[in-house]
Design a protein around this ligand. Structure first.
Ligand code: A2P
Length: 262
């Protein structure tokens, strides 16, 4: 069933199982999962294409849960981007290469125990959290999980909304999650139900009003994934509240990872 050819040193070639174009700027795709690939929810792997006989790889967060039999990814399309301008054209049955060495800091192990887990994302930065919110361990460790997703336009929220719907319609998962998951989707350049950057929400009290309390290092843990500027601003807010950045070797109050691919 698995066609794991060794394409280049240490890389495996995997079949594309499905592709979905969400907007003219984003698409998602699924790959077959190597039997031997183990990863922790929130980790990323290097994936890409063989171009002119050389691997062209970028870091992609795995968006599927660690218990799933396929690997999901969510990607931006960058015009003239070396990889995404080509990768966006893949179709079912074609091959994508992967280095089977998952790594990353957006993992539960890098956070100290607490009550609430808050996941701040913009754009395709939601990908690692798609994995984390479908992991039963997340709900064993936290009483409340708050996923925020901010995009410029309403149509860019589609991937996250479909994800929440999928969770709600999954009997096993929704029974496990109960009322623990709260999702907040906002737009910044379109009118929609909720608008504005979450950094502004945190500063002006909207975050506290919506979720029941402001950021508190004694009960909250935070994961952040988005652009470099977004990470910088969210990190500053975490640090102002007294939170300390965590890592795999030294768990803390918050962790960050850049969501970027070209
Ligand atoms: P905005 O429209 O106000 O710039 P981008 O496509 O530039 O990465 O932006 C994706 C989303 O992230 C947009 O809604 C954008 O809001 C928001 N954003 C961009 N920079 C920051 C930041 N420094 N802090 C919080 N949100 C940000």
């Amino acid at each position: 069933m698995q066609s794991l050819n060794i394409a280049h040193n240490g890389l495996v070639e995997l079949d594309v199982l499905s592709v979905k174009h969400w907007t003219n700027k984003t698409f998602s795709f699924s790959l077959e999962r190597p039997n031997s690939l183990r990863f922790r929810s929130g980790e990323f792997v290097m994936i890409g294409l063989i171009v002119k006989n050389k691997p062209l790889l970028r870091a992609y967060s795995i968006a599927s849960a660690s218990w799933e039999s396929k690997l999901d990814f969510y990607s931006i399309k960058v015009e003239n981007g070396p990889l995404t301008s080509k990768l966006q054209n893949v179709s079912v049955g074609q091959k994508v290469v992967l280095r089977p060495k998952p790594v990353g800091t957006l993992v539960l192990d890098a956070l100290l125990p607490a009550k609430r887990l808050i996941l701040f994302s913009t754009g395709t930065g939601i990908a690692p959290f798609a994995s984390i919110i479908r992991d039963p361990e997340t709900y064993e460790k936290f009483d409340k999980v708050i996923l925020t997703h901010t995009c410029r336009k309403t149509d860019e929220l589609g991937y996250g909304k479909a994800l929440i719907q999928e969770i709600n319609s999954d009997e096993l998962l929704s029974e496990f999650i109960g009322t623990k998951l709260l999702s907040i989707s906002t737009t910044t350049r379109d009118s929609s139900n909720l608008t504005g950057r979450l950094t502004d929400w945190l500063k002006d009290g909207r975050f506290s009003d919506f979720t029941g309390s402001k950021l508190d290092p004694s009960k909250d843990r935070v994961m952040i994934c988005g652009s470099i500027e977004m990470l910088k601003d969210h990190k500053a807010i975490c640090e102002e509240s007294g939170m300390i950045e965590g890592s795999n070797s030294k768990p803390g109050h918050f962790v960050i990872e850049k969501a970027f691919v070209d």
